[in-house]
Design a protein around this ligand. Structure first.
Ligand code: GFB
Length: 413
């Protein structure tokens, strides 16, 4: 009896909040209406850091779904389209959906995410303009860097820099309500904003400013495991492995269940009989010679690893220009050297993913110091269950023969 009254009371309170919200907007009220969380990242950031920012917001939304506050459980996360990435050759590529790279159904098994075009369909099927209800441009507290005293807090302040007023390179996505939010802390603190607003669409720009809440724990790894690659890219990588690298999931013991939620934590992956190398060059070779090798020094290290591991096939993933790769191949002429170049119809980001998939299936992997591209390969290998010592390896910088190994980020179930 008391229970029934309590539930009715709760429903009443909820419906009043909802009515206020809908009426204020001049819309017909619908208690089931979704709310939308959008985010975007500092434009120069690369693909693999953006993947990390996605995970922060996916975990955030995943946790909101468990909230006891009904209005917080209505959020969907909008996947920000990929535009003009700094490292992509085709600089005019704009608004590429996530499905080009990832398996969206798999992402949805972790968090309620939708593509931007689905958001358009849901929120404004009849309109040509979208005005985001509230935009918060995250920025660092300038005084914290001056004083060196860092504490978790957030505050609406004057904008430190010029801000964007239309979003995702769409002229028709704007807002009349943009504020700069100085922020230091973890992403969970953003809940405080969502709790006090009834806005239906909220965008956090420069979303990378908010830090992980759950870095490296079970939830983090669930989000990471849900980031399965687009099936077509997986297939292309598999064909290449079969054709050139004598590698299949059956022989390598790298089969994963169809659904990431059925994965287990057995460490039994063997990998294909090849060494994979992620050799990050371009901006890395200029800025970090002590940590990133030039070609000659990379070759010396690759030969040593091939010798120690008893392997004769090497797969190279690199952003080096083709001429540099040809040089490297020449230096390694006593071995079988491969690079993925088969499909000219793929865009840079897709080629990069195929490189990552092939690297992740090798018997032994060596990457580049502090490259997020290499980190993501290490994570794939953790998911497949490779022995630690075949994964967390890096090339040493030019003329340095021995260097610290990368930190080991073990998977948690
Ligand atoms: O992925 P990413 O953020 O890794 O940026 P880092 C590097 C981009 O370069 C990739 C291309 O997304 C690819 O487009 N790329 C790098 C590669 N290595 C390869 C490769 O082996 N194969 C292919 N196909 N493409 C960060 C940048 O780079 O480094 C930041 O994101 C910043 O903006 C920082 O510059 C210093 O972590 O390596």
């Amino acid at each position: 009896m008391y229970k029934t009254i309590y539930i009715i009371l709760l429903l009443r309170i909820h419906s009043t909040v909802c009515n206020n919200f809908c009426e204020a907007k001049g819309e017909q009220c619908n208690v089931n209406k979704h709310r939308y969380l959008l985010y975007d990242v500092n434009p120069p950031e690369g693909f693999n850091l953006r993947r990390d920012v996605y995970m922060r917001y996916a975990v955030f939304i995943h946790n909101l779904m468990k909230s006891s506050i009904p209005s917080l459980t209505k959020f969907k996360l909008i996947l920000p389209p990929w535009t003009n990435l700094y490292h992509w050759k085709e600089q005019k590529l704009i608004q590429i959906p996530w499905s080009f790279f990832f398996d969206i159904d798999s992402l949805r098994k972790f968090a309620p995410v939708i593509e931007m075009h689905e958001f358009f369909d849901e929120i404004a099927p009849k309109y040509t303009k979208i005005k985001i209800d509230e935009v918060y441009v995250l920025q660092h507290f300038e005084d914290m860097f001056k004083t060196g005293i860092f504490e978790d807090k957030m505050e609406i302040q004057k904008c430190n820099k010029e801000i964007r007023t239309n979003f995702y390179y769409y002229n028709n996505i704007t807002s009349d309500n943009i504020k700069c939010l100085s922020f230091h802390g973890h992403i969970i603190d953003l809940q405080n904003i969502l709790k006090i607003t009834e806005a239906r669409t909220i965008l956090f720009d420069h979303a990378e400013v908010a830090l992980h809440n759950d870095f490296g724990n079970k939830i983090y790894w669930q989000a990471r495991r849900s980031m399965r690659f687009n099936k077509q890219l997986q297939q292309l990588a598999l064909q290449f492995r079969r054709k050139y690298l004598n590698s299949t999931d059956e022989s390598d013991n790298t089969q994963l269940p169809e659904d990431w939620r059925d994965e287990n934590h057995e460490r039994a992956a063997r990998g294909g009989p090849y060494l994979s190398v992620h050799l990050r060059q371009k901006d890395f070779i200029v800025g970090r010679p002590k940590d990133v090798p030039n070609l000659e020094h990379a070759v010396k290290q690759i030969k040593e690893i091939l010798h120690i591991q008893g392997l004769s096939i090497v797969f190279i993933a690199t952003d080096a220009p083709i001429k540099e790769y040809e040089k490297l191949k020449h230096y390694l002429k006593d071995f079988f050297v491969y690079r993925y170049t088969l499909d000219e119809n793929l865009i840079d980001g897709q080629l990069a993913i195929i490189d990552q998939i092939i690297c992740s299936h090798a018997r032994y992997f060596v990457g580049t110091h502090e490259s997020t591209f290499s980190f993501r390969i290490q994570e794939e290998r953790e998911i497949m269950g490779f022995p630690i010592e075949t994964t967390f390896n890096r090339l040493c910088g030019s003329d340095i023969n021995s260097c610290h190994k990368p930190s080991v980020w073990k998977i948690i179930y």
